[in-house]
Design a protein around this ligand. Sequence first.
Ligand code: GLU
Length: 545
Amino acid sequence: MFMDKYEQLAKLICPDVNITIADLETKFPPRNLNENAKVTRFAPSPTGFLHTGSLFASFVASKLAYDSNGVFYLRIEDTDTKREVKDSIKTLVEQLSLFNIKINEGYGIGGNYGPYIQSERSFIYNTVIYDMICKGLAYPCFCSQDELDKVREIQTANKERPGYYGKYAKCRNLTVDEAISKIKNGEPYVVRFKSTGNFENHINFHDQIRGDLNLSENDLDIVIRKSDGLPTYHFAHVCDDHFMHTTDVIRGEEWLPSVPIHVQLFKALNFPLPNYAHVPVIMKNDNGNRRKLSKRLDPEASVFYFVEKGYPTEALLIYLCTIANSNYEEFRLTTNNDNIDDFKLSYDKFSLDGALFDLEKINNISKDIIFKTPIDTLVDKVINWAKMYDNKLFDLINIDTEMFKKIMNFGKEDLQPRKDYYKYSDIYEHINYMYKEEYDNLICEETNYDKNLISKVCQLFKNDLLSKEPINKDTWFNHQKDIARNIGFAYNKKDMRDNNFAYMFSDYMAIIRLSLTKRKNAFDLVDIITTIGIDEVIRRLDLFI
Ligand code: GLU
């Protein structure tokens, strides 16, 4: 069979290819979806934990697919073997599910457009590369790292743009025969795209979030297949998002400068260009300086931070939704609806300047969510969390789960309801004194009250407790005021001045609180007393007396 030279070269570079792009198109037909349905994806590289910024991008992508009855799929981009971190695929998948990111198809799930991990997709990349070489759209490059470094030095000295382009793209001028003989000689090579672009030209590009942009055309002969035979990100992105029929490529803003390369590749391959949406990078206010949330500097750059601290996952998603769409916060407040599914995310409500990360806001949302969670659900969630991340709390709950439930309910019905916890890891410190076992080991907070005074107050309180009927929350307070006054605690400031009292009723309460909890701030005393029981109250008072 006659094979032209280009085809011979292609065969040499991709010896295993036995199908065509047309075959791939048949294998991966267009999806059968409604006209407006979005097909989006999350395409993490397995280089470590799930970054908070990646959770943001995946949240946006999954939400837009969900809102349009489309498809959100997971694709693992593992072509950078040097940066790969062991087990990170497993961690990524676990963390996505922990945050309730709804994945419809892809890695670990399956679907008609797989394999969903790039290292198993070489037959696709090579089929496309074969075709590109045959058409003169790609060529092998034999330049060594040393040669490339030299080119860069010259470009820097001449104040020129760095890169493999124009006169610097040496190997694009090799004849096919030369290339064939170099490969046959065993010279290592990469495959490059032969760009027809001119950097002086501009292209118009519409980003779904950033609007109309005018960018310089690409003229770089970028590497599409590395010497290890794996594709580069640029090339794999174009092949995968084409054959998986992604309608909207939603990814971090750091990819925006690469758009001209991608646009050109899509065009050269005659693949329709998908929509692009570049989501803002999450920034952090670092002593007045705005900078990117950093893996190295900021623990909250990893979603694990929120898991470990015990933030309800929906709180973080609600927060991410507020930074995604400026109208979401108002929706949530006016409808009093925390179900994100009921809000439709839209491109045109995106804020453009990098989203500023605000831990205080997350805390407030989280506090509110914890407060609103029905008690049984909350207790279950806390138990599950504590089992993994907080042994001390887990042990406490196991001593008396009913009591724990009661404690978690304290103050919920008050006129000004108590919202004590930002996150589950706040709970232990807040409640430990309620448990006898913990109380005995706690060190009492410092106090200025005289020992005799403390003893006197505790004695009085104890006697009263023993002589009274069950505690009535409505009258208890006033009753205490009266008995406290008998031993010299004034009702109020005026009473104090007029009668020359040394202490106020608040001092009396502070002493009782201290003796029952060993701390200055605690839950409502009636709640404490009725929960731990009279016997335990007496025992604690006796210790102080
Ligand atoms: N693997 C790329 C990354 O982790 C994906 C970018 C994209 O979504 O296209 O940054």
